[in-house]
Write a protein that binds this ligand. Structure first.
Ligand code: ATP
Length: 355
């Protein structure tokens, strides 16, 4: 019997729809090669453009429809010129994480070709590999009170670093489980030397660690991690951290494997999951057809693996191998990684390499 999965497609703003189009193209090509699983796409308008159109970037009715899907594929959302009265941008992608309780932000960082990294001695046959995963807590931390209404006219503002036992336990547990399936090293990134909230996070990390005796542990301050990600990224396997720290380190980590266009991600909860490139809407290159779709295509692979059907998992591996095969040829590059290919040309090459 053929299994059909419905995929909610949220292209969003800026380059979001351009890279999602390539992700869907690759998914259709996978469907043609891997029998037994079909994908039904249901598009929804969410984001800054939707706000300009209807006054709501993510309506309650749209959210209910999105929740009917088996998985959610998202491009990017928000535009610098479209802001709330408080001055912050529309961020329905963050609203979705909170509303669907997608606490587990999984950001794989893998160097796919030596020419993509600004670091010396990494990648290629003789170089050191870069292959680790940032597990970012998505639903609390420093982002947690961003939507709390504030009295107008005050001459101060505060944002609270909120760490709950439940939130810390579940994200640490996910990180340890992931480490168990990889090289069995789990690194906590915190600021436990200064902030009581972080000392609390460390205490819970240590408690959870006792349930995973086969996983080695490390504890690294976030400022030191910024240094180590440049000096010795090959030494990490899974790192788990607070929401804002994970946000910042994800961009740094993407920088050492070729930039934002190379970094996929998944935001996973107990009932729903959203798959999206780690990058934002990149307004300066939007509409030019030059954005790198690889992060989105690899996010599609993460989605297929997460769906968990043996044939969708096979599809995920096909995509990963195709991307590696395409990027093995240094002529196959979009502008961000030093080439001339368009977004669509890169998507076409990945489709052709799906064998
Ligand atoms: P956000 O705040 O929404 O996460 P950001 O401030 O991190 O967004 P991005 O939109 O991710 O910013 O862009 C960061 C830089 O990376 C910009 O120079 C942008 O042009 C570039 N960039 C991002 N995504 C891509 C892509 N897919 N292809 C090429 N360049 C990209």
């Amino acid at each position: 019997m053929i299994q059909t999965y419905s995929i909610a497609v949220l292209g969003g703003d800026g380059i979001g729809p351009e890279v999602v189009a390539e992700g869907l193209k690759v998914l259709r090509a996978v469907e043609a090669r891997v029998p037994g699983v079909n994908y039904r796409f249901v598009a929804h308008s969410v984001g800054a453009a939707e706000f300009l159109h209807s006054g709501d970037p993510l309506s309650a009715a749209t959210l209910e429809k999105i929740k009917e899907a088996d998985a959610i594929l998202l491009g990017a959302m928000g535009l610098p010129e479209v802001r709330w009265p408080s001055g912050v941008e529309m961020t329905p992608q963050i609203d979705l994480r909170e509303k669907l309780d997608l606490y587990n932000g999984v950001r794989p960082i893998k160097l796919l070709h030596e020419t993509h990294t600004p670091l010396k001695g990494y990648g290629g046959a003789a170089g050191k590999p870069i292959d680790f995963v940032i597990v970012r807590e998505n639903c609390e931390g420093l982002f947690s009170e961003r939507l709390t209404p504030r009295p107008a006219g005050r001459d101060f503002e505060t944002d609270t670093m909120k760490i709950t036992r439940r939130g810390a336990e579940r994200i640490c547990r996910e990180a340890f489980k992931l480490a168990q399936s990889r090289r069995k090293l789990c690194t906590l990134v915190d600021k436990a030397n200064v902030l009581p909230s972080m000392a609390f996070l460390r205490k819970i990390f240590d408690e959870v660690a006792r349930d995973f005796p086969d996983v080695r542990t490390e504890r690294v301050y976030v400022d030191a991690m910024a240094l180590f990600l440049v000096q010795r990224p090959e030494t990490f396997d899974v790192m788990v951290t607070e929401n804002m720290f994970g946000d910042i380190l994800s961009d740094l980590a993407a920088g050492i494997i070729g930039g934002m266009g190379m970094a996929p991600s998944a935001d996973i909860g107990d009932d729903y999951a959203v798959f999206q490139p780690s990058h934002g809407t990149a307004p300066t290159i939007a509409g030019k057809g030059i954005a790198n779709p690889i992060a989105t295509i690899l996010s599609v692979a993460m989605m297929l693996a997460w769906l968990g059907h043996p044939e969708s998992i096979r599809g995920a591996r096909l995509i990963e191998r195709a991307v590696e095969r395409v990027l093995a040829d240094p002529a196959h590059r979009t502008a961000d990684i030093g080439g001339k290919l368009s977004t669509a040309q890169m998507g076409n090459l990945v489709c052709q390499a799906l064998t």
